[in-house]
Design a protein around this ligand. Structure first.
Ligand SMILES: NC(=O)c1ccc[n+]([C@@H]2O[C@H](COP(=O)([O-])OP(=O)(O)OC[C@H]3O[C@@H](n4cnc5c(N)ncnc54)[C@H](OP(=O)(O)O)[C@@H]3O)[C@@H](O)[C@H]2O)c1
Length: 273
């Protein structure tokens, strides 16, 4: 069963499941992306800082899937924040990708210490008007950053990509996203395997006949989140795609909810950058 799609607040939609390509070596990114598209992935999550946009673009072109069926995300890196720098950075990303337009461009981190995310956002609004990016969103933004963005520009991001896994469930931010009409997308959704051995994950894996990774990814899907696991292995990619057509029980979702301890794998968005 193919991945579902989630509606965005600008009228477009995004596949609920995608492939993340952080740390995929530049030399093998084209093959990794083409393999994923061949298996059924339709969303590829990249970023300028990942250093593999050329490979991502080549993988899209090498695959048999028509370009208009593929959803490509890129992100503006912290050093490129500011109005003019962002316009230049997105053009450079498009050139590396070999694309006229991407479906989604995100501000990678808020970097509150530099306080340039408002001008960065204004540049993304212009790029959207010019058709260089179809939808615009953010990543690693906290409630205060989202609220300021909307107060100052009136434009609500379509999506906020945040660290989210069973040890860091982000309930408060998810509720704010719901109130604001913002899709939540989970990065490092497998949480570096920290919960694979946890009793609620193991019990659900036994009952469903699925792997711990699939149980965790299904938990994201069932919460209504978009999720972008990374696997370079064909078996891993196929495993992570098999999340639809089966369900976790309400009591299994409730048991996984108890694993939250608010602990991050990655940096703190308030201080990073
Ligand atoms: N916006 C941000 O600041 C930010 C930060 C970090 C990540 N991201 C995005 O989120 C994506 C995913 O996060 P991530 O790459 O950190 O971590 P992840 O997807 O949670 O985990 C990837 C790791 O798990 C392994 N794995 C994948 N599927 C598996 C399975 N079914 N069973 C067992 N192991 C499995 C992978 O190894 P194999 O390759 O061997 O399968 C890899 O080592 C990134 O690629 C990137 O696109 C965004």
């Amino acid at each position: 069963m193919p991945p579902a799609r989630l509606r965005l607040n600008d009228g477009h939609s995004i596949p609920q499941l995608g492939l993340g390509v952080w740390q995929v070596p530049a030399a093998s990114t084209a093959a990794t992306v083409a393999q994923a598209l061949g298996l059924g992935y339709r969303l590829i999550d990249g970023a300028a800082i990942y250093g593999n946009e050329e490979g991502l673009g080549a993988g899209v072109r090498d695959s048999d899937v028509p370009r208009d069926e593929i959803f490509v995300t890129t992100k503006v890196w912290n050093d490129d924040q500011g109005y003019d720098a962002t316009l230049r950075a997105v053009e450079a990303s498009l050139a590396r990708l070999g694309m006229e337009r991407v479906e989604l461009c995100l501000i990678h981190w808020p970097v509150p210490a530099k306080d340039r995310y408002l001008d960065t956002w204004r540049a993304l609004i212009r790029l959207r008007e010019e058709g260089r990016v179809r939808s615009i969103g953010v990543s690693n933004f906290m409630g205060q950053h989202l609220e300021r963005l909307v107060q100052e520009t009136g434009v609500v991001p379509v999506l906020n990509q945040i660290e989210l896994n069973p040890r860091l469930q982000q309930a408060e931010l998810r509720a704010l996203h719901d109130r604001m009409g913002i899709v939540t997308q989970s990065w490092t959704p497998l949480g570096q395997g920290r919960s694979f051995d946890a009793a609620p994950i193991q019990a659900a894996a036994v009952r469903t006949g699925k792997t711990p990774a699939q149980v965790i990814l299904r938990w994201h899907v069932q919460l209504g989140l978009s999720v972008i696991p990374r696997s370079t292995r064909a078996e891993g990619q196929a495993e992570n795609l098999d999340l639809f057509g089966w369900e976790l029980l309400p009591e299994e979702m409730a048991a996984i909810a108890t694993l939250d301890e608010g602990s991050r794998c990655g940096p703190d968005p308030l201080t990073f950058g």
